[in-house]
Design a protein around this ligand. Structure first.
Ligand code: SF4
Length: 133
């Protein structure tokens, strides 16, 4: 597994990816918490940038910058990432032992017995703690 570069870390901080990077294999890359937190950071920075722009540019320009950037960089990536998160949870729920277990929490993709994220078809408990829903 390759280590993330500085550029990767920057992209990960603001969650500026539509797909999980190849080094994110033992943790779910997208969670509802990380999606919301990154979207709030992006929106805050864009709000500040819009304010600064308003000191130098006409209001029309500021308005277009704010609307387009908030949608394109703030909200749309979060929506796409939530779709990816949802697809992944659906795949685990439908096709794995953990998906049929009462201890699997699909909201955060977590095994509640081991307090561990379920990231593959292989159950972290090896099936020993499995209980039907
Ligand atoms: S107890 Fe085992 S089967 Fe159930 S969710 Fe946890 S790891 Fe998966």
């Amino acid at each position: 597994m390759r280590e993330p570069t500085e550029g990767d870390k920057f992209l990960d901080l603001f969650l500026l990816r539509m797909r999980e990077p190849d080094y994110a294999i033992d943790q779910p890359y997208y969670t509802t918490g990380s999606i919301v937190a990154a979207a709030l950071m992006r929106v805050s920075i864009l709000g500040a940038a819009s304010f600064l722009l308003s000191l130098y540019a006409q209001s029309n320009t500021v308005w277009w910058f704010a609307m387009l950037s908030l949608w394109g960089i703030g909200v749309y990536p979060a929506w796409m990432q939530y779709q990816r998160f949802h697809e992944r949870v659906e795949k685990i729920t439908a096709g794995t032992l953990c998906g049929a277990c009462r201890h699997f929490n699909p909201t955060n993709q977590l095994c509640m017995v081991l307090d561990e994220h379920v990231t593959s078809e292989h159950p972290p408990c090896e099936g020993e703690a499995w209980e039907p829903k």
